[in-house]
Design a binder for this molecule. Sequence first.
Ligand SMILES: [Mn+2]
Length: 258
Amino acid sequence: MWKYFRKKSAHGQKPKVPSGTRVYAIGDIHGRHDLLNVLYRQIELDLEQFPTEAKTLLIHLGDYIDRGPDSNLVLDALSLPQSICDERILLLGNHEDLLMRFLIDSTVGRLWLQLGGDTTLASYQIPLTPPVAPTDRFETLRNMLIEKMPNSHRELLQTMPLFHQLGDYLFVHAGIRPGRAMADQVREDLLWIRDRFTDSRIKHRQIVVHGHHTTPDPVIRANRIGVDTGAYMTHRLTAAVLEAEQVRFISTGPNQVN
Ligand SMILES: [Mn+2]
């Protein structure tokens, strides 16, 4: 398959999603429930402006929580059924992974809070410095989170897959280890990989559509498409729209590209 894809590319054929499918792949939300609502509305308008007979699919690329103010509301929204597209897939991000690890092991709290977990706790009305001895802090925070977090949120996190494959595309939060078959990819890379993936010019078996790597504009390279436009600080949440051989983008905020 690896060679097959390279051969196709060499003959100038563009990668595509299967016919009869339109995908909206959405980058890192990071607690910006406000922007999620705006982008969902923009997708509804896009479907009115560009109606399709195709099956429509929302793929969220992970990192729903932390950093921005309303992680709890984002998980609420993602827990509820949606009527914008025919199907929605919620992939796991490294931030959701940290939260789930914290629920099992409070010592993960030190790292998680450094990476923005403090805002998620605050969104659940949990005081960041509970009145306990410093040595008990993370265990106390963990117990408070277990108490405050709705079961629906925890169940949602537990069902999130690491990746989704569709036609010539692979959807995953951070990326893949270049040169490794999907079967040999490890969870750590799929959720956390940085420059080894983004710097790679290898033609992967599929074009990788990902979040995790923040750039001011969405990125299209020969081997990947990045849609994390740093919503929590830029106010710009981006979706890649994939249909047949086409790729276009929808973003919230003043610098809309379309
Ligand atoms: Mn990430």
